[in-house]
Design a binder for this molecule. Structure first.
Ligand code: KIV
Length: 277
């Protein structure tokens, strides 16, 4: 089976794979990863050349307006992933296993991962947790499904943590995280996300691990960086954590355009002759 598709201008587009991500780490080429939850965004991000698209369970917050990632369901994630996959030609698409679709039951976890792969055409799943998810990760891997790990601030455990503050700041939690990260590598995860941990710890793990380490709020020593698309495009200026760099202010762009539309409708300037039949 070929991994090449052909663009209209006949240029073959080579899909990013787990192997190409490993090669990028080996070559010291940083990996770019952004979230996407719909077809149009996926097309835009893929066309701009992002390496990995994450159909994150952060859709629960930024798309559905929930306070946490807990309410989103497997069916919702599958719908978002189907839309994203249809919008990509090059990016490697990873889908979050949502809360309740894998914890505490490795057979259920495998069934959830298989649904994602079969019904969406995505390329890998991501799940949160270290040692506690070892059996689950091994079972999913046994079906040939690539697994991306996620350690540090794991938002599905927010009720246990009690806050979104930086994780692994004390020696005990840092040791646990180091151990979990090396365990995820050993059991066969192809990559992992480290979220909101001290930069020195993330750098140390990235240097020790042979698999790509993708950071979010984890400093500059990782093999790649991930951000939530809505945050980096400035679609929600009420959310301003230190780790987000805003590359645009789309909230202002969109609201200015919409205010102009409203004014044009009210003044009957829109539609004009050329915009009418
Ligand atoms: O769901 C998500 O957006 C994520 C990223 C924060 C890594 O897991």
């Amino acid at each position: 089976m070929s991994t090449e598709t052909v663009k209209p201008e006949n240029k073959p587009v080579r899909r990013v794979t787990t192997q190409s991500l490993r090669n990028m780490k080996a070559a010291g080429t940083p990996i770019s990863m952004l979230t996407a939850y719909d077809y149009t965004s996926a097309q835009l991000l893929d066309g701009a050349g992002v390496d990995v698209l994450l159909v994150g369970d952060s859709a629960s917050n930024v798309i559905a307006g929930h306070e946490t990632t807990l309410p989103i369901t497997l069916d919702h994630m599958i719908y978002h992933a189907q839309c994203v996959v249809r919008g990509t030609q090059r990016a490697f698409v990873v889908v979050d296993l949502p809360f309740g679709s894998y914890q505490g039951n490795s057979k259920k976890a495998l069934a959830s991962a298989i649904r994602i792969m079969k019904e969406t055409g995505a390329h890998a799943v991501k799940l949160e947790g270290g040692k506690i998810e070892e059996d689950t990760i091994k079972r999913i891997l046994s079906a040939g499904i690539p697994v991306m790990g996620h350690l540090g601030l794991t938002p599905q455990s927010i009720n246990q943590f009690g806050s979104y503050k930086v994780r692994a700041q004390d020696a005990e939690e840092a040791d646990q995280l180091r151990e979990d990260a090396l365990r995820l590598e050993r059991i066969g995860c192809f990559a992992m996300v480290l979220e909101k941990i001290p930069g020195v710890l993330a750098r140390e793990i990235a240097a020790k691990a042979s698999i790509p380490i993708i950071g979010i709020g984890a400093g500059n020593g990782c093999d790649g960086q991930v951000l939530v698309m809505h945050d980096m495009l400035g679609l929600n200026n009420d959310f301003n954590p230190r780790f987000v760099r805003k590359y645009a202010n789309l909230e202002e762009v969109i609201q200015t355009a919409v205010r102009q539309f409203i004014a044009d409708v009210r003044s009957r300037d829109f539609p004009n002759e050329n915009e009418s039949y």
